[in-house]
Design a protein around this ligand. Structure first.
Ligand code: ARG
Ligand code: ZN
Length: 512
């Protein structure tokens, strides 16, 4: 879906900031799209070279069209624990297309139709190449239907499926949503979603958004969920299990509901009951909650390999490892806040590329830590203030830049390193020290308003910071975000950076 800002589209409009500075190279990756006049296949036919050229995952996404909406239909077969699915993709062609590609991996594709006509298809690398019966003219809205079967337990090079004893959940971030449904699997192309889940009556199917209809037939219940707000493919959630729906009072216009494994509902209630208070706290800082609903989905598995992290901000329904939530508030409150922040930073405002991930994780940790220290809960280092934690993080600055790259220039191997999390917090802290708390708060809220329901680049954040503060922060933030050395910390001339060693120290995510 094309967002409100012209340069967020994938039509190759040049980035204004692309002249000069080497550090801006990461922001220029969308300009490389070939202009095409004759009908062309959506890809180049060169396998993994096809893609949008994301700086972290170049092969993700596809040229030639803009996905507008997805109508996904999942039928869970309890006997085989497999899923029969139909994906409907409505897209606008951006040039005449004799063919196009969708991202897809591990899907057993049975048939493809384009505008109701059977189409040729072939799977190669992580793409589903589609050749429609008739070429699609430029600017046409086409409807693609893909019928397929998927096995949540299949061993794939990477998978977005989380198998559970009673069904499955989804953790597609960053590059695995296309193991669940064929799609334009890149966060720059948000779209509308309607998701239907059919499961035997004793199970319960859920997905992002609001339940809009329920039908029952021959022992199978189908639930339809519609998302009010556009969504990135990485944020899709679909789950089937023995679930109970727990509604709770929330702010006007926001439905709060958790989806909880029935057998664990009593155990998890103390944790789940924390959300309304956290939401009040965060709305005072970031403004009104941007989505239609919020809740937690503790999937029915604690298997260490089910997914390699504690929580994931799937839109309106945060996926969690249930055992994590069976701890005292002081051990989970900061992390729950982190995930709640993602409703604003990550879901409502989505990174334009994976190089912009620090916008998600830096902000999520920033408010997660503030919440922790306000409550007097010591962090994983035993520190009790943001200033103390930032001084410690500052000392590690050069080492982290050495090990994990600059904050806004990750690669696939170090994408989720602490540098994107605490390293991002350090950038935000430096900005707050430079402009003061009140201006910082206005920068945050302005950025969220400007890019709500869209995508944003690191440069967009820099632009907003300069606009709101009335000073050119381009050089300051560029050094902090892209520099290989840690800049001086405003207001703390005494803070020092430790000597860098060649032994990497920061792999894996940092703990709050
Ligand atoms: N975005 C998640 C969080 O910090 C973490 C996900 C880490 N790993 C991943 N492959 N997505 O809330
Ligand atoms: Zn996060």
């Amino acid at each position: 879906m094309t967002t409100t800002r012209p340069r967020a589209t994938r039509t190759g409009a040049p980035f204004g900031a692309c002249t000069g500075a080497l550090v801006m190279a990461a922001a220029c990756w969308l300009t490389a799209l070939p202009p095409a006049t004759a009908a062309t296949p959506g890809g180049t036919g060169l396998g993994r070279a096809n893609g949008l050229g994301d700086p972290v995952f170049p092969a993700l996404g596809n040229t030639g069209y803009d996905a507008l909406r997805y109508d996904l239909d999942f039928v869970y077969r309890a006997g085989t624990r497999t899923v029969d699915a139909t994906a409907g993709i409505t897209a606008r062609s951006l040039r005449p297309l004799s063919g196009f590609e969708l991202d897809a991996l591990g899907l057993d594709v049975h048939s493809v139709q384009v505008d109701g006509q059977p189409a040729h298809f072939a799977l190669h690398d992580e793409k589903l190449a589609v050749t429609p019966a008739n070429p699609v003219p430029s600017g046409a809205v086409m409807t693609v239907q893909v019928q397929y079967t998927a096995d949540p337990r299949a061993a794939l090079p990477h998978s977005g499926w989380v198998p559970t004893p009673d069904g499955f959940a989804i953790a597609g971030q960053p590059d695995s949503a296309h193991t669940v449904f064929p799609c334009n699997d890149h966060p720059s192309d948000k779209a509308d979603f309607t998701i239907r889940v059919t499961a035997p009556d004793d199970l319960y199917g859920v997905a992002n958004g609001s339940l809009t209809s329920t039908t029952e037939q021959q022992g199978q219940t189908t639930r339809t969920y519609t998302s009010r707000d556009p969504m990135a493919t990485e944020l899709v959630q679909v789950s089937v299990g023995h679930y109970t729906v727990r509604d709770r009072p929330g702010p006007v216009g926001v439905r709060l509901r958790d989806i909880v494994p029935t057998a664990r509902a009593a155990d998890l209630e103390p944790a789940l009951a924390l959300t309304p208070g956290q939401l009040d706290w965060l709305q005072q800082r970031l403004g009104a909650f941007p989505l239609e609903s919020y809740g937690l989905l503790p999937a029915n598995t604690d298997a260490p390999d089910a997914f390699g992290f504690t929580g994931l901000e799937t839109q309106t329904l945060t996926l969690y490892k249930p055992n994590f939530l069976r701890q005292p508030e002081s051990a989970i409150g900061s992390h729950m806040m982190h995930e709640l922040v993602h409703s604003w930073f990550g879901d409502s405002v989505t990174p334009q590329s994976w190089a912009d991930l620090w916008l998600n994780e830096g902000h999520a940790d920033f408010y997660g830590l503030l919440y922790r220290y306000e409550r007097g809960w010591p962090d994983s280092l035993g520190l009790t203030s943001l200033e103390a934690r930032m001084k410690d993080t500052y000392a590690k600055g050069d080492q982290w830049r050495h090990d994990s790259g600059p904050v806004a220039a990750p690669d696939a191997a170090d994408l989720f390193d602490g540098q994107r999390y605490l390293g991002g917090v350090l950038v935000l802290y430096a900005l707050r020290e430079k402009v003061g708390e009140a201006t910082f708060a206005r920068i945050e809220q302005t950025f969220l308003q400007r890019h709500r329901n869209g995508t944003a680049t690191t440069q967009d954040y820099i632009t907003t910071a300069s606009d709101v503060s009335g000073q050119d922060l381009g050089g300051f933030l560029t050094d902090w975000l892209y520099g290989t050395h840690t800049p001086p910390m405003p207001g703390h001339p005494d803070w020092t950076v430790s000597h860098t060693t060649t032994v990497a120290t920061t792999r894996g995510t940092a703990t709050l």
